[in-house]
Design a protein around this ligand. Sequence first.
Ligand SMILES: NC(=O)c1ccc[n+]([C@@H]2O[C@H](COP(=O)([O-])OP(=O)(O)OC[C@H]3O[C@@H](n4cnc5c(N)ncnc54)[C@H](OP(=O)(O)O)[C@@H]3O)[C@@H](O)[C@H]2O)c1
Length: 237
Amino acid sequence: MSTIGLIGSGLIGSTVARLAVAAGHEVVLSNRRGPETLSDLVAELGPQARAATPAEAAQAGDITVVTIPLHAYRTVPVAALYGKVVIDTNNYYPERDGHIAELDTETTTTSELLQAHLPASRIVKTMNNIFYAHLGNLARPSGDPARSVLALAGDDAAAKQTVTVFLDSIGYDALDAGPLAEGWRFQRDTAAYSDPYFSEGHSLATTVRGADPGPGRPATANTMRAALAAAKRYRDM
Ligand SMILES: NC(=O)c1ccc[n+]([C@@H]2O[C@H](COP(=O)([O-])OP(=O)(O)OC[C@H]3O[C@@H](n4cnc5c(N)ncnc54)[C@H](OP(=O)(O)O)[C@@H]3O)[C@@H](O)[C@H]2O)c1
């Protein structure tokens, strides 16, 4: 079992923490406002969970999950993550994050920005393209016919293998989408973004307007592979 550091403990961070604890891992949660604001979540998660500062969570994590609004990525502790495997769930929403020129011009991708901020860490992009409630609902044991796949991208094969083993432990198969530079294939507004996990009659667009997201539906490797292959750059849309 591993220790999972969480930098960000909101909708996605808390969902990953719940799945990790259920799988037997320890979690160290952190957020912007301070560990004392995470006492309810720690109490819910029980003795495998504690709250700390982002630097402490990063230090403690065998794997650390960065799951914060993208605009805050430069605050992620660098030294504490030296050499470590870092999962990046972040997405770019200019209306929330402000405009980031390199992303607007598509000269880089969100996870490559985080990699540039953490040059000695090994970033793996995953879990960014699934609605948090579906991430919680769709986890299934290995071999279950209703098990879903999660795409991942990264430049370090060993880090991708580490994350594949972690995803397996929390209830998901992994599908390698290539290096970090290919991460745009499952960024927002692509066919691979959220839709593969929404069941008939539900969508991210209606969910953000307040509709029920539904229970989600399993996404197979073939579904995700086809969605990744169909991805278009913004400039080609
Ligand atoms: N929601 C989804 O379904 C979903 C799905 C996939 C990917 N994502 C992406 O994943 C990221 C997290 O999304 P979310 O929905 O979980 O966000 P959220 O619910 O708003 O939670 C954000 C978390 O990040 C923390 N945070 C903010 N600034 C921080 C900083 N500088 N250092 C440490 N922690 C900080 C917040 O702490 P405070 O509460 O103290 O401010 C909070 O715990 C976003 O980039 C989002 O686009 C979201």
